[in-house]
Design a binder for this molecule. Sequence first.
Ligand code: MSP
Length: 639
Amino acid sequence: MPRPIYITTPIYYVNDKPHIGHAYTSIAADVLTRFHRLAGRDVFYLTGTDEHGTKIAEAAEAAGITEIEFCDQIVDMFRTAWKNLTIENDYFIRTTSERHHKAVKKILGELHKAKTDDGQDVIYSDNYEGLYCNGCEKFITEKDLVDGVCPDHNRAPEKVKEKNYFFRLTSYLPEIKKRIESGELQILPEERRKEVLGLLKQDLQDFSLSRERVKWGIELPFDTSQIAYVWVDALTNYISAIGYADNQETFTKWWEEAEVVHLMAKEILKFHCLYWPAMLLALGMKLPETMYLHGFFTIDSRKMSKSLGNMIDPNDMVAQFGPDGTRYLLLTQFPFGVDGDVQAQRFVAQFNSDLANDLGNLVSRVAKLIAVHFDSKLPSPYKEIDGLDALMSQSEQLSGSVYDHIAHFRIDRAINETMNLVRATNKFFNDLAPWKMAKEGKRDELGGVLYACCETIRIVSILLSPVLPTKMRELRAIFGLDDQTLTLVNAQTFFTLEPGTQVKIEEAVFPRMQEKKQADTAVKKAENKTVADLIDIADFGKVQLRVAQILQAEKIEGADKLLKLQIDLGSEKRQLVAGIAKHYKPDELIDKKVVIIANLKPAVIRGVESNGMVLAASKGRKLTLVVPDNDLPVGAKIS
Ligand code: MSP
């Protein structure tokens, strides 16, 4: 029996809703899982959410709800997105679950008792003084900053001075290096392995595994004034989810006995390839067999970001291309493992060319000729056909080579090689022109060509089923094939379909998409922020509405619609520009309470700096300021 395999994705932060970057890893893991199952392996697929830390607490506060209410809402969005993408994970771990808390406390307790080989405490306390980026959830140094702010989060780090517990990472680095060099801990692709070995040559420091300032997290069992560092909390999900603290049987099976594969993108390399193995070594536990760090992609050459408005919601893609179309398109944009660019405007053309034309049309044409000339019954094979031997051997070799690609994480190549068989079958069909054979009365040859095409389609339906599970089930139903025959072994032999089988196609498996419909698509939606769309609570939560009082108002020279306002926000005074001059005289505004958006980026309007925006309601030409109840104190947050 092959060894069971345990496949994980990172657990995603819930400070925002899922996008296709998250979907990419989860789909890839789902495809690997399904392939290994086809090959008869026992697989456990884990994904989940990372719910603690300052940025999640901040997002919840901005949304005006409790942390757990906020997490519940975003977690639902992740679960729904994965369901819509037909991702079938075996378990979904939440770091806010009781099960996870119990495991983290157990691990921290064990680490607290543990000693290094030279008899030192694995955990020690020390004071930390320095800079902390809440966005990265890590300590950073002056040299990481660009113009005084963290370049990844565009925010200034906080100066912190606190007592922390440290984890003696440095004691475990030589052993980690040895395991990586011997291949016992496999880091893939090779470039990432080199990167880790490069890091190991640098002057790495012990890391702090607790935070005094952070409130939303898991308390250390040996010092409840401290919260576990969010990365320590998060990494342990890989064992809390399979019973580390509550089910020895599943834990033994999926950690100690299985081949453990952690899948992620390259930006979280240091945590996974150094911190996590060091923690496991300190606990006296087995290390994972493989870390696979795939590339990071951009959208139309730009980093995916909320402010650029180019984040694509996987649900929008599913609405347009279906779950299978979305899975296929995302995995075929660039080789798995390297960085890439997703050119979303090409999705429709690629869907039409690969799925609707090459695959969908082949099925329709073959099924139609069988319907017309063989009363919808599969004809018998016939071997005296030009090109049949070549097609047969390509088909029979395919599953071996596709599975080899999968075993080496070459997902895009596995798909492409299968699509090559589709293309070769189209060529075989077109070269032999069976419609002419029909006219010439060459019935045996006609039947033989159609039978051969059905066989390659059957083999393709097995090998594409991990990527296109729903559509391949539909396709297989055309030939009366059920999931029982869905195994890699069945893809190894030609001539297995029973002649006489009913071949029934009612509608195209992949209907062609209208290219001009692109205007309403997921892609356009992401690119064009003016397209009306419903927003999520997480988006709304980012807008900070506050009660302010107007202190001064004056006209701006040369701008007849604008007024310059000085306002009081309680904790601070600000200037902003409002387009209300046609509706209010400056004098009428003094002392008026208004509602403002307090966290807009500063803008300069007609040469005057504006730090916020006043809310007003309009109907027709009439515009009125939104005025809060007079009892509301200046500075009050509105949620
Ligand atoms: N919570 C941590 C992970 C803890 S794991 C113990 C985290 N979360 S995250 O929400 O930021 O997710 C990062 C992961 O999302 C990446 O490692 C990758 O799997 C996926 N991706 C997010 N954007 C992506 C791209 N643009 N391209 C490829 N993968 C992307 O880090």
